[in-house]
Design a binder for this molecule. Structure first.
Ligand SMILES: NC(=O)c1ccc[n+]([C@@H]2O[C@H](COP(=O)([O-])OP(=O)(O)OC[C@H]3O[C@@H](n4cnc5c(N)ncnc54)[C@H](O)[C@@H]3O)[C@@H](O)[C@H]2O)c1
Length: 273
């Protein structure tokens, strides 16, 4: 899609990190922005930064909340016009070990990382198709949606699902003028680790002192690892290029290459002669 100027983009998790990087790049291309997030301070900062470049509206929205999603979509479209660029990007990471998971944590993590994407598709795709004005959807998954990394079972479950959903939507919408891209980042320099630690439900986990220490160490290591990752503005640039070229996949680096090769090799090796 090259005719993005004047279109309206809806970006979840648009207040911080990758969502903000995408918003900055789209603003420079003359796209009107609807930024949705649970972090109202971040939304206010993003609006202050971008409002001199393009029209920006911000919405406090928890992507798990379907009713709020529907009313937000109505508010967005009456303020900025039809949404034809959709970025299902909000996400959380860095979960407790498998043995310490609770239903509450499963529901929260899958709610944000998977249901959030489903809710975005369900809210906007039928209208995009009906209007026939074309469009593009970018779902943010992860390298952890392509191979098993150290990201943990919850994150991996949701991100594999987002990759599968995106590939399937891409195939189904191939004959329409709505493109689908799945963003599979390696490490990106954002504050996701701390933000996730602050918002993870704490009830019923009951970590031992040693497990708490290990988790803290893990959080510090993950924070350090991400700090050296790709910048959010470089990711914004990659997303913009994928939009223009209608690419299905975006990798931000080659970090997952060996793991994807190993997984593919193992899958093929398991097939009968
Ligand atoms: N940073 C990385 O290294 C990395 C790598 C792979 C994939 N990702 C994915 O990229 C996406 C963006 O992550 P990021 O690194 O920019 O993180 P971030 O924390 O900087 O930004 C995520 C944003 O989502 C918002 N958010 C969280 N829960 C929400 C909810 N329920 N409803 C609405 N908004 C919510 C947060 O407030 C935050 O502003 C996520 O889906 C993440 O899984 C990130």
């Amino acid at each position: 899609m090259t005719d993005v100027e004047g279109r309206t983009a809806f970006i979840t998790g648009g207040g911080n990190g990758i969502g903000l990087g995408i918003a900055r790049r789209l603003a420079r291309a003359g796209v009107k922005l609807a930024l949705a997030d649970v972090d109202v301070d971040a939304l206010a900062r993003a609006k202050a930064e971008l409002q001199d470049i393009t029209q920006v509206e911000t919405y406090k929205l928890d992507v798990r909340d379907r009713d709020a999603y529907a009313s937000t979509a109505e508010a967005v479209e009456s303020a900025l016009g039809p949404v034809s660029l959709l970025f299902n990007n909000a996400g959380v990471a860095g979960f407790p070990p498998a043995a310490k998971l609770t239903y509450e944590i499963w529901d929260w993590a899958m709610g944000v990382n998977l249901d959030g994407v489903i809710n975005g598709i369900q809210t906007f795709l039928p209208k995009m198709i009906e209007r026939g004005q074309g469009g593009h959807i970018v779902n943010t998954a992860s390298g952890a949606g392509l191979a098993t990394t150290s990201a943990g079972v919850l994150y991996t479950t949701a991100k594999y699902a987002v990759v599968g959903m995106s590939e399937s939507l891409n195939a189904e919408l191939a004959s329409s003028n709505i493109g689908v891209t799945v963003l599979c980042p390696g490490p990106v320099a954002t504050g996701i680790v701390q933000r996730t630690a602050d918002s993870t439900p704490k009830t019923g986990i009951n970590l031992s002192e040693e497990q708490k220490k290990n988790m803290e160490k893990g959080l510090a290591a993950a924070t350090q690892w991400l700090e050296q990752g790709t910048s959010i503005d470089d990711v914004g640039e990659m997303v913009f290029k994928a939009l223009q070229e209608n690419s299905l996949y975006i990798h931000t680096d080659r970090m997952a290459e060996d793991m994807i090769k190993e997984r593919t090799k193992a899958l093929l090796a398991a097939m009968p002669d």
